[in-house]
Design a protein around this ligand. Sequence first.
Ligand code: C2E
Ligand code: MG
Ligand code: MG
Ligand code: MG
Length: 282
Amino acid sequence: QAKEASGPHLQFFNAGLQRRFAHQQALLSALRKAITEEALQVYYQPQYERVSGSNQITCMGYEALVRWHDDELGWISPGEFIPLAESEGLMRSVHKLVVKKVLADTPTLQTLNPEKPVRVAINVSASQFKHSKFVDDMNQQMKVAGVSGSAIELEITESLLIDDIEQTAKTMHELKESGITFALDDFGTGYASLGYLKELPLNRLKIDQSFVQDLTQDSNATAIVQTILALGRSLEIEVIAEGIETDEQLATLEKLGCSQFQGYYFSRPEPLHALRNAKETT
Ligand code: C2E
Ligand code: MG
Ligand code: MG
Ligand code: MG
């Protein structure tokens, strides 16, 4: 009886698993192809800064975000394909491709902002940052492209500070010699001990977007944002808020003393040519 009851259920389960497996396999072979053909794209989301004492907010840099469109599968978000790339050992190729495209686009991003040098922020996963060839790869790629490290910021996450803080600090200092700066992404969501922050050559903390989104209706979020801003001031690390979607969120952040911003309210991530157009029409 019991066996019979489980029969059809088991079959359904298998069919579901099978579909998922087939989908993963299709995704994986499409991803391999996209990497080989260098078809992954990079979009750029501007980051803004309030110049103190002025009523102007100006672009200070861009965050590079990888994008993948497949003819059959459509748009696949980094949230879906990055974990796959990680588990299949493809992340080093993804990272090198993103870096290559960013370095090729950097001179154009600079000409869009002739007033001052801009930085481009590149997300680096922990597995890449810990890779023995990471520093060599970065330096080699910058040399080939003829781009100085001062144009590059690397966004790392708190997980790197928990795992092996000594090795992380060593790698950061090596990269810093090339002029590269560092931002701590999704700050406030991890469990890194705050004591480590002052040991590291960190240029910027990025307040996680979840706190920004809860700002106007949640006093805990306000307290967390205030704490991060105070931390930044006392450690002399810049603080940027990400995920700003409304003028209310912006106003609240400014009232709390935040002066660097990123989010849909200002601009979505865009391909390079759209950034150029946006600049021309405004
Ligand atoms: P992240 O680095 O924290 O990037 C911010 C994410 O929030 C991006 O999603 C961005 O499109 C989105 N975002 C920006 N402004 C807003 C806003 O106002 N509201 C909302 N709701 N979202 C906003 P995306 O591009 O899907 O990237 C997701 C994550 O994937 C990134 O989080 C980053 O961890 C990772 N990622 C993206 N590109 C790369 C890459 O080239 N390399 C690596 N290792 N990771 C990447
Ligand atoms: Mg980021
Ligand atoms: Mg983030
Ligand atoms: Mg994130």
